[in-house]
Design a binder for this molecule. Structure first.
Ligand code: SF4
Ligand code: FES
Length: 545
């Protein structure tokens, strides 16, 4: 592996790397603004300049000092090279760049949403001067509403052009451009063409300063109050890695979490802004429709009642009269426990699976210049269809296809249905009509719907942010996520309900269920690793600089 020396430290790298990237991969910080590993290199901000000594091509044993500073983001690392980022010349450049960037920058950190996660603040402290020599009036630039999700504070912009390159190279939509010249340069959209593409929120993450802000998050929280939990997107079959940022039991925003093989640095706006359902319109009580009355009850009573209902139904109507409907929105552990419990009570119980929501075709984004695929929004909106299919195969007999349900229900085969309702309820009305002839309709759901309205028993359960588990994406990647926030009373994870009903020992945890699954021939779940839980996220995770 080639090596070079950076400020006296030996670092190594593989393949072809620029000096800056090789340093970052080795945990050596060099200041940089315009460089982003996911986009083309423009070397325009000039803060990453370093001094180098490079091997002489005619005599590689001899090092030649390059007379001018070079941009580390755009200069290839060469074996044997020496890099100086702390030399007087490099430090003088860093201070000069910071001074120029701050000349027209407003002193509005106390009211800026980016404060606490701003690289202008951080670099000003680490690499800047402690005072300004600028006595003139600062140039005033406007605040602009440039799109559905994004506001641009032009006077905070440092013209790194990351946002422009994103719309050209990643979303391929090209809404943003640099207008004007010199100190009148500004980022803007073209007249009548707002920033409106399904990936638009990513420009907020990659803006290194507080110039591009999220309308949804603006002025809701100071970032240092946020706690961060790594998670997996519940809004599609892609398995995008995300960070849930929350405070005091409330989600405030979702950010992408870097995964080189899945979503890289990006997420779609559907994932970024889809979380509101967690705090809206939740079921407030466990309920059983007893004769003409709807009776609220505690979990212990409800679990006993559920068991009685199932046992009575099997003894009256015989084995095979129970239908368990799984949802591709539930975790694999929950489906495993639900199927085990139902088959314990009714060994001939049928297991069905609700349909996914399919939105047209996969939406593929490409870099118009290179033709490379940059991001794909999957048409299948369920996060765990692969896991659900696997559970159905695992439980083998009496699998019922969705299209066969209507005729089986019409034939009067089922006396009881236990339904894990899905999180978005895309076909609630259709399901409610389909299942209405079944006498006992037990629904586990996080929100009220026509399904819960006509259920004979309703059990409020957690959303994905309130529980742990695994989702398996469209290509079969099993990825674990952890609980980010507490569920509202009286919701409980569906897995917890069936863990209790099965009389399993100890406290319910998804990790423990995976061990049980491994003991039952599903060995691939034993080794699923949990992403590290952060109290405070390192900015590098969603906004690599
Ligand atoms: S708005 Fe942000 S990302 Fe875009 S050029 Fe300005 S500083 Fe860079
Ligand atoms: S010039 Fe290298 S990061 Fe901007």
């Amino acid at each position: 592996m080639p090596t070079m020396e950076v400020d006296g430290k030996q670092i190594s790298w593989e393949g072809k790397k620029m000096i800056l990237q090789a340093c970052l991969d080795n945990g050596v910080e060099l200041p940089h603004y315009c460089y982003h590993p996911g986009m083309s290199i423009v070397a325009s901000c000039r803060i990453c300049l370093v001094e180098i000594e490079s091997p002489d091509p005619k005599d590689p044993a001899k090092l030649v000092r390059v007379p001018k500073l070079v941009p580390s983001c755009q200069t290839p690392a060469v074996p044997g090279m020496k890099v100086y980022s702390k030399s007087p010349k490099a430090v003088a450049n860093q201070k000069a760049v910071m001074e120029f960037l701050l000349i027209n920058h407003p002193l509005d950190c106390p009211v800026c949403d980016q404060a606490g996660e701003c690289y202008l603040q951080d670099y000003s402290f680490k690499y800047g001067r402690s005072e300004s020599r600028f006595d003139e009036n600062k140039a005033k630039k406007p605040k602009k509403d440039i799109g559905k999700h994004v506001v641009l504070y032009s006077d905070r912009c440092i013209m790194c052009t990351r946002c422009v390159r994103f719309t050209r190279e990643i979303s391929g939509t090209g809404e943003l451009a640099v207008f004007g010249r010199g100190h009148k340069e500004e980022i803007d959209v073209f007249q009548g063409k707002p920033l409106d593409n399904p990936l638009s929120g990513n420009v907020i993450d990659i803006c290194p300063v507080g110039a591009l802000l999220d309308k949804d998050f603006m002025f809701t929280q100071r970032v240092w109050f946020l706690k961060t939990t790594p998670s997996i997107s519940p809004f599609g079959s892609g398995g995008e890695n995300i960070l849930i940022q929350h405070n005091q039991g409330r989600i405030y925003r979702i950010k992408p979490r870097f995964n080189a093989e899945i979503n890289k640095w990006w997420i779609s706006d559907d994932i970024r802004y889809g979380w509101q359902f967690v705090h809206e319109n939740r079921l407030a009580e466990l309920r059983v429709a007893d004769a003409a009355h709807a009776l609220p009850m505690a979990w212990e009573q409800a679990e006993a009642r559920l068991e009685q209902t199932l046992l009575r139904s099997v003894s009256e109507r015989g084995q095979g009269s129970t239908l368990l409907m799984l949802s591709p929105f539930d975790t694999t552990e929950e489906m495993f426990l639900a199927a085990r419990y139902i088959r314990k009570v009714d060994p001939q119980a049928a297991i069905g699976l609700n349909m996914s929501r399919i939105d047209g075709q996969d939406q593929v984004f490409t870099n118009p210049t290179t033709g490379q695929v940059t991001y794909t929004i999957r048409a299948d909106k369920s996060p765990n269809r692969s896991g659900a299919e696997k559970m159905r195969r695992h439980f083998g007999d009496n699998i019922v296809m969705f299209n066969d349900l209507a005729s089986q229900i019409a034939s009067g085969r089922y006396a009881t249905v236990v339904l894990l309702a899905d999180a978005i309820g895309h076909n609630d009305d259709e399901l409610a009509a389909l299942l209405s002839p079944i006498a006992n309709r037990i629904v586990l759901s996080s929100r009220p719907s026509r399904l819960t309205g006509q259920a004979t028993m309703v059990l409020p359960v957690c959303t994905w942010a309130e529980k742990s588990g695994v989702y398996e994406n469209f290509e079969g990647r099993v990825q674990a996520f952890e609980k980010a926030i507490e569920p509202p009373e009286p919701a409980r994870a569906a897995g917890h309900v069936f863990w209790n009903m099965l009389g399993m020992p100890g406290t319910y945890s998804a990790a423990q269920v995976r061990q049980v699954m491994a003991d039952h021939g599903l060995s691939e779940y034993a080794a699923v690793s949990i992403p590290v839980h952060h109290e405070k996220v390192e900015l590098m995770e969603f906004s690599p600089l």
